[in-house]
Design a protein around this ligand. Sequence first.
Ligand SMILES: Cc1cc2nc3c(=O)[nH]c(=O)nc-3n(C[C@H](O)[C@H](O)[C@H](O)COP(=O)(O)O)c2cc1C
Length: 216
Amino acid sequence: MEKDDIHIADLRREYSRAKLDEREVADNPFVQFQRWFQQALDSHVLDANAMVLATCGSDAQPSARVVLLKAFDERGMVFYTNYESHKAKDLTENPLAALLFYWKELERQVRIEGRVEKLTTQENEAYFQSRPLESQISAWASPQSQPIEDRAVLKARVEAYRRQFEHTPINCPPFWGGYRLIPHYFEFWQGREQRLHDRIIYQKSADKWVIGRLAP
Ligand SMILES: Cc1cc2nc3c(=O)[nH]c(=O)nc-3n(C[C@H](O)[C@H](O)[C@H](O)COP(=O)(O)O)c2cc1C
């Protein structure tokens, strides 16, 4: 690395766009999430539905990657992936996981923790059928998280599946589908001046959401 080129320790900025008050937040965290998500969309945040998914299998090694939120409602947050991937192996061993949204343009972060469940075969098929053909073929062709020799292997697999499904309808691979993360914890973080950020949390207790505030 080049010395003296970058001064990471000096990178900082003030946050002052908005505030978050426990008297103004929604009683239900999904409603609050819907508000913030809509504001992220209205503000043209790029990839507003991109979220970090953190998992931890039985080896206790946390691992994190970006996935796309594809739906949410009071049941939970839905994303799709390969059921034989690294993350899926982790989730089989330990269904507890965390999600993180960072909308830097709005100086906002949302943290969500919960337990995942697999979607049903019917739900997977319905979503799979809504995807563009190229994405459908890629889902079949990519043994996600497995070592592969080179990119040519992937291209050859894509062509093979393209031929296989040329004259037959393409169905959802049995090794591909969605998870719903059922939250028991939400945190809405709004950047504030002098590092005195707002952190409003929702914790589920006896089927009720209890609102609190954490020190920044
Ligand atoms: C913006 C963005 C969106 C992504 N969306 C997904 C997704 O919805 N599902 C998915 O399986 N991987 C998605 N990925 C790729 C994952 O980050 C990751 O590389 C892949 O799922 C393999 O992770 P794993 O080996 O930990 O299972 C996305 C990556 C980026 C940067």
